[in-house]
Ligand binder design. Structure first.
Ligand SMILES: Cc1cc2nc3c(=O)[nH]c(=O)nc-3n(C[C@H](O)[C@H](O)[C@H](O)COP(=O)(O)O)c2cc1C
Length: 324
């Protein structure tokens, strides 16, 4: 399938794997890219720019297809050496960057000079328009359903995507809740040029996470995620577990007076314990409502092929039958 996104990134299928902390290692990105999508290494999971350079080199060994690197611009208090991470990306001959969090404006010149295509993840039309203005090549429009940080506006993709289509000139992908071919077709109908998936790609054979994480996704329904950290204006959609129950209880008890320190044990440094060790109640971890649509753990190739096959069938058979 050809869309503005496949053309922009030089990929076969309009399916992107969003950056995911402690999931987006070289194995994940290479598997998605080899399946014809766009795999993305999560930059900040690598503790230093040198580690990122090594991870990029490992990924080049596993695929000769295009892949990208995610750079998440964290809230003010954390300040990784972003310029050096970008240098590692450029030196590693990666020409696609997915940015997220705060605006990438400060780093656009360096990335553009190196010929990097930037896709910025946004949870609102106003942020998407700003990203377009500062020169981003594409937008990942992240609806309220998404795993991770849906922002504070709570607009689901059924509204957010057609709103983005009304306003944006650059191509955008539908992110949040995506997991199958029906949804890809719906996203295309709503104006998107492809989809971005996070949670769905964790439940694949190649995802370099503990089997317990994959099992938890297969077991979960669409009712099993919840939002935390809203009072801190850093809302995150996570899978419900014991740690999340403690967070929710503290949020109820302390209300708007809650500070990040009150929940630090449940949110800081927990990803290695969950993703690598499989200790599922060690803390809160991002998970989307699409968990309700995850019933198996296929290879990335099978997943991508299944999505594309289903999408093509729907377009050719079901939808064309409705056209009068
Ligand atoms: C476990 C997990 C970790 C994530 N970590 C990041 C991250 O570090 N940076 C980022 O920009 N997005 C992160 N995301 C968000 C994804 O890139 C993607 O936007 C989101 O998962 C899309 O929604 P979906 O899960 O419904 O597919 C994460 C998502 C998950 C599920």
């Amino acid at each position: 399938m050809k869309t503005r996104i496949t053309e922009l990134f030089g990929i076969e299928h309009p399916i992107i794997q969003g950056g995911m902390h402690y999931v987006g290692f070289a194995e994940m990105a290479a598997a998605v890219s080899n399946a014809g999508g766009l795999g993305i290494i999560t930059g900040l999971t690598q503790p230093t720019p040198e580690d990122l350079a090594n991870e990029i080199a490992r990924c080049h060994e596993m695929t000769d297809k295009p892949f990208g690197v995610n750079l998440t611009f964290l809230p003010g208090f954390a300040n990784p050496p972003y310029a050096e991470y970008i240098e590692a990306i450029i030196a590693g001959n990666v020409r696609i960057v997915e940015t997220a969090g705060r605006s990438p404006e400060q780093y656009m010149e360096a990335m553009k000079q190196a010929g990097i295509k930037v896709i910025h993840k946004c949870t609102s039309v106003r942020h998407a328009l700003k990203a377009e203005r500062i020169g981003c090549d594409a937008i990942s429009v992240d609806g309220f359903e998404c795993g991770g940080h849906p922002g504070e506006d709570d607009i689901p993709n059924m509204i957010l995507l057609p709103r983005a289509a009304e306003e944006l000139t650059v191509p955008f992908v539908a992110s949040g809740g995506m997991g199958n071919g029906k949804q890809l077709v719906a996203a295309l109908a709503l104006g998107a040029d492809g989809i971005n998936m996070g949670t769905r790609f964790i439940a694949t054979e190649e995802a370099p996470v503990h089997q317990n994480v994959k099992d938890a996704l297969v077991a979960a329904s669409e009712l099993d995620t919840t939002l935390i950290m809203r009072p801190l204006r850093n809302t995150e959609r996570v899978l419900k577990n014991e740690a999340v129950e403690r967070i929710v209880a503290k949020e109820k008890e302390l209300g708007d007076d809650i500070k990040i320190n009150d929940i630090m044990d449940e949110v800081a440094g927990v990803y290695p314990k969950i993703m690598s060790e499989g200790t599922m109640d060690a803390g809160a971890w991002s998970c989307g409502m699409v968990a309700g649509l995850i019933h198996d753990v296929p290879s990335c190739q099978d997943l991508v092929d299944q999505i594309m096959g289903e999408a093509n069938d729907i377009i050719k058979a079901r939808l064309s039958a409705f056209a009068s």
